[in-house]
Each structure stands twice: as C-alpha cells, then as structure tokens.
Design a protein around this ligand. Structure first.
Ligand code: PGA
Length: 263
C-alpha cells in the first residue's frame, strides 16, 4: 500500500511516546527522569525521533522540571471531558496545558475497558484537549475477539469516526493517532509488522477519503508490546510513524534503544 501523503506534503518526524501508566515512586521516577535527561542532553534520545513521556499526573511537574531544556516533551495519560467544575478527581486539559504539558493520551484501551471511556466520552475529551491547545494522542484498537470475528476495521473505523464527528476533520490535523490492538498491550504479543501496517494503512485511507492532506500529515503510532528488539521492523513500515510504548518505556536504556530505532 502506497502512503497517501504524496510528495507534496513531507512526512512528519517519527514520534515515540512513553506511557508510564500507574507506575513509579518518587524515587524510581527521579532515577528514570535523570537517565532520560542525560540521554536527551547528549542528543542521542531525540536524534531520530521526537520523544515524549507520559508519567502519572502527580509526577508531571517533576518531569517538566527535570526535562526542561531538553527536546523531550511531556504528556498526560488522560484528561477530563469537561472544562472545569464539580468533577471530583479529574484533571482538566486546561490545567495540563497551563503547566506546559504538550500531549494527552485519550481513548487508551485501559480507559475504555476499565473507566467507561466510550467513544462519545473520548470524543468530548479530544475536544477539550484541542480547546486547551494540547495534542491528543487518540488511541484505537480491537480486542482479540473482535479481530478473530473479522471486525478489526469496523471497530477502529467506529472509534475514529466518533472523534471526527465531534471535532471535525480539520481538527484531526492537530491530533496524533495510535493504533493499539488490545490483544498486544502488555501481553508480550506484538502485532506483526504486516498486521500493524494493514490497520495503519486502513486508517490513513479512511482519512484520505475526506482529506488527503490530513491523511498524509497525521502521525499514526503503533502501540502494543513494542520493545527494542521489535521496534525497528515496526517503525520501518510505510504507515507507522512511531510508537506508543508502555512497559518498555519504564527502562531508560530500552526506551533509548526504541527511540533510536525510528526510521
Ligand atoms: P505495552 O503498552 O507497550 O506495555 O504493551 C502499550 C500501551 O498500552 O500504550
């Protein structure tokens, strides 16, 4: 499948994002941030890709401080579907933006499965994030049962369509997409490059039907058991523009190797 970008619009730089999930203590996060700071200041971490890390929200100010002055940007793992008000326990997109956060992961399958983030909620969160000036990383992906029943394309189409209906096609140019097959997340089972590329190409074609420009420009990350040992072959795929890295992003050396595998 030929990438639809056409030569008119140069492809963006790859993007590698670490999703730390609900991991870390003040001590381990300090150590991880120091190691990343060292790799960032030497230039090796961001030599081949833009790099962001998404710590649990309580560690975000620390991450912003330690990585200030490096090329590494900071993301959040979630944000509220509302602008402000009586939403106990929530953190708004505006709050994150005010602190200097750049990205926010939205629609992650763990949020969808465990916290009721259905398509419409994800879409509202994406709208809030865009309004606040954050770059949403919109995650889509099918479960194993959905893949086995042949519903993969229907599922990712439905998930993406809900976001487009809420924010419009043009706004999508200010988003990053992530394809994360649920069966590959945290399981050690990675989609083969061919399986991943097939869905990435499908998503890009779907966008191209409305806007070839957005389709060509948007970064589509692959996520699901990416490791240093499989990153290069995934990142070499035509429509894979980087990765969303869970478990392996908690190890600074492994994460560095993944960032260096970007094409
Ligand atoms: P994993 O997680 O790399 O640990 O599979 C990826 C993700 O959930 O973003």
């Amino acid at each position: 499948m030929v990438r639809v970008s056409q030569q008119k619009h140069p492809e963006p730089r790859p993007l590698v994002v670490g999703n730390w999930k609900m991991n870390g203590t003040p001590v381990t996060v300090s150590a991880l941030l120091s190691a990343l700071q060292r790799h960032a200041l030497s230039g090796e971490l961001t030599a081949r890709a833009d790099v962001a890390v998404c710590p649990a929200s309580i560690f975000i100010p620390q991450a912003l401080t330690v990585l200030a002055g490096t090329a590494v940007t900071i993301g959040a793992q979630n944000a509220a579907a509302h602008e402000s008000g009586a939403y106990t326990g929530e953190v708004s997109a505006g709050m994150l933006a005010a602190f200097g956060v750049r990205y926010v992961i939205l629609g992650h399958s763990e949020r969808r499965a465990l916290f009721g983030d259905q398509d419409d909620v994800v879409a509202k969160k994406v709208r809030q994030a865009l309004n606040a000036g954050l770059v949403p990383i919109v995650c889509v992906g099918e479960t194993l049962a959905e893949r086995e029943s042949g519903a993969t394309f229907d599922v990712v189409r439905r998930q993406l369509k809900a976001v487009i209906e809420e924010v419009g096609m043009d706004a999508l140019s200010r988003c990053v997409l992530a394809y994360e097959p649920v069966w590959a997340i945290g399981t050690g089972v990675t989609a083969t490059p061919a399986q991943a590329q097939e869905v990435h190409a499908f998503l890009r074609q779907m966008l191209a039907a409305s806007s070839r420009e957005v389709a060509g420009q948007i970064q589509i990350l692959y996520g699901g058991s990416v490791k240093a040992s499989n990153a290069a072959e995934l990142f070499a795929c035509e429509d894979i523009d980087g990765g969303l890295i869970g478990g392996a992003s908690l190890d600074s050396e492994e994460f560095l190797a993944i960032c260096q595998a970007a094409k």
